[in-house]
Design a protein around this ligand. Structure first.
Ligand SMILES: [Cu+2]
Length: 164
């Protein structure tokens, strides 16, 4: 009898553990895709691609909740080369230039988006697969390094001529 009891206890604990694992993995999936460190919040970092071999652009919303300016000064990834870019439209022609930083004014949200600042990924060492996540480290002047996962998304249309 004692043996049965302890066995039941083990089963119930295992079940609890499994429920916990399922709950945690659901949390990970359904949780709003954002990363927070110190005064910086990074919302929905993602990579948009048209062809799996790249190049591709990285977008996200960065909120500086601090009372001082901060700057995104770099990005490190292992799967490609990465640069900070800015798209400028001059005489109706979109032109991308490399920048050494992206300003993040205090108490403001800054969107890295098509036709504006973005991250440019090139020379991919892997093929981009929709729905996967790729790790990257964003480097801020004051907040330091923040690890994020970029969601890989396929560009649905080629209507946006201003970008890539
Ligand atoms: Cu670019």
């Amino acid at each position: 009898m004692k043996y049965v009891c302890s066995q039941l206890k083990v089963i119930s604990m295992t079940r609890k553990f499994l429920v916990m694992i399922i709950f945690l993995s659901l949390l990970k999936v359904s949780h709003a895709h954002q990363f927070q460190e110190k005064h910086i919040n990074i919302n929905h970092p993602h990579i948009k691609f048209t062809i799996p071999s790249g190049p591709a652009a990285g977008y996200m919303k960065i909120v500086n909740m601090g009372y001082e300016i901060d700057r995104l000064i770099g990005i490190e990834v292992t799967f490609a080369d990465a640069e900070l870019h800015f798209t400028e439209v001059k005489d109706g022609i979109a032109k991308m230039t490399k920048v050494d930083h992206i300003e993040l004014p205090a108490q403001k949200a800054k969107s890295l988006k098509p036709g504006n600042h973005h991250i440019m990924f090139s020379n991919f060492k892997i093929d981009l697969i929709e729905g996967t996540n790729l790790e990257g480290i964003l480097i801020f002047e004051f907040a330091g390094q923040i690890s994020v996962f970029f969601e890989v998304e396929k560009q649905n249309s080629n209507l946006d001529f201003t970008e890539h």
